[in-house]
Write a protein that binds this ligand. Structure first.
Ligand code: PLP
Length: 408
């Protein structure tokens, strides 16, 4: 056998092409409405776009310093103080990264030895499992429990974490908790009591925490609290976020990691050899974006809240059980009312049969789902224009007929 037959390293073989790429390709191929991948139809706010153009004219076209442009690190510090009440130092506690993805990757690669265990909430954003595998570490999923779904009904109940389960999953090899709140794909915001219970487990077991908070500003009900602000947590937490979701600029890939000096030094040690630095003019624009008035942040949330409601009410109207997510770009829905038990099959065939792209929640699980509800859940994205959502709903109305007689 030649090395060319199987060039990919064994630890990456299970990952293939990401589900988002696969579903987007299917949607494009069939001219479907893409309610799968979480990128908005909108452009960033005009002032933010202007800042990017100005930065090009200003000549910010060469490498930024590895930790990030000083003006952006200062803006991240101000933003963290303004919205989270956390005071951090721009020189020793903030690193600018190529999106939140690189921040998470840098942290996991910096902090985990081969064989270490990393706790993740399941369903899990797929990039986490891949980077844990790249580090040679082992992901240990801790299941979130879905709320009850009833056909044609909207539930506002969140998915919940049983923290006793989290505590029971800790072993002497557990190094890190990789947290995500507000959570993709469930749209759940972990509440204060849950965060405090998680914090107690982390402190008692001396765990490090990497928390992905990219949806921090896309919260429609309740409030997001950064776990770094809970007792005993700031010193053990790497807080990750990015500008992509907040400012409808997912293609810019400007993210950051906030952590105490020793953890920041570790993150920077790996980050410098992944990309060194990137997107200098966009870093300057994000510095301007983060200093936006409160109204700019509120407007983005307001627009997405209305879109959430349009999609949720529409899906319930089609007979599906669906969550009115408290946050993020996503809702989860039980597609069994369409006559399909298997969400994965639904998502593979829906682009062709009804002209809609979506993502099965099973794509966020570490093993195939065994429970009928978990098998039947689909994640729909609502970060789209009203017209696109309405078109998607009109097409989905054909699903019961389109899937009738095709088995489940
Ligand atoms: C939970 C979560 N983290 C990170 C990302 C990616 O962030 P970025 O584009 O800033 O790398 C996404 C994008 O969908 C996400 O849902």
């Amino acid at each position: 056998m030649s090395r060319l037959d199987e060039p990919l390293v064994a630890r990456m073989r299970g990952f293939g092409t990401t589900i988002f790429t696969e579903m987007t390709q299917l949607a494009v191929h069939h001219g479907a409405v893409n309610l799968g991948q979480g990128f908005p139809d909108d452009d960033p706010p005009p002032a933010v776009l202007d800042a990017a153009k100005d930065a090009l004219d200003e000549g910010l076209n060469q490498y930024a310093p590895g930790p990030g442009l000083p003006r952006l690190r200062r803006a991240i510090v101000d933003h963290q103080h303004r919205f989270a009440g956390q005071r951090v130092d721009p020189d020793t506690e903030v690193s600018v990264t190529f999106g939140a993805t690189e921040a998470v990757a840098s942290a996991v690669l910096a902090l985990c030895e081969p064989g270490d265990e990393v706790l993740v909430l399941e369903p899990t954003y797929d990039a986490y499992l891949a980077v844990i595998a790249l580090a040679g570490a082992r992901a240990v999923p801790v299941a979130l429990t879905p709320p009850p779904f009833a056909d044609g009904e909207v539930t506002t109940a969140p998915w919940t974490l049983d923290v006793d389960r989290l505590a029971a999953a800790v072993t002497p090899r557990t190094r890190l908790l990789l947290l995500n709140t507000p959570h993709n794909p469930t749209g759940t915001v972990l509440d204060l009591a849950t965060l405090d219970a998680i914090a107690a487990v982390c402190v008692a077991n001396d765990l490090l925490v990497v928390t992905d908070e990219v949806y921090e500003h896309l919260v429609y009900d309740g409030a997001h609290v950064p776990i770094a602000m809970r007792p005993g947590m700031a010193e053990r937490t790497v807080t990750v976020s990015s500008a992509g979701k907040t400012f409808s600029a997912t293609g810019w890939k400007i993210g950051w990691a906030i952590a105490p000096p020793a953890l920041t030094a570790a993150v920077r040690a790996t980050k410098q050899f992944l990309s060194f630095s990137g997107g200098t003019p966009l870093q300057a624009a994000v510095a301007v974006a983060l200093a936006s008035p409160d109204g700019t942040y509120a407007r983005v949330a307001e627009v997405h809240r209305a879109r959430r409601d349009l999609l949720v009410d529409g899906l319930a109207g089609l007979g599906l059980g669906v969550t009115r997510s408290a946050a993020t770009y996503f809702v989860t829905a039980d597609v069994r009312a369409f006559g399909v038990d298997d969400a994965e099959r639904f998502c593979r065939e829906a682009p062709e049969r009804v002209g809609v792209g979506a993502v099965p929640v099973s794509a966020f699980l570490s093993r195939p789902p065994t429970e009928p509800l978990q098998r039947a859940l689909v994640r729909f994205a609502f970060c789209k224009s009203d017209a696109v959502i309405e078109d998607g709903l009109a097409r989905l109305a054909r699903a019961p007929t389109a899937f009738a007689g095709h088995g489940t």
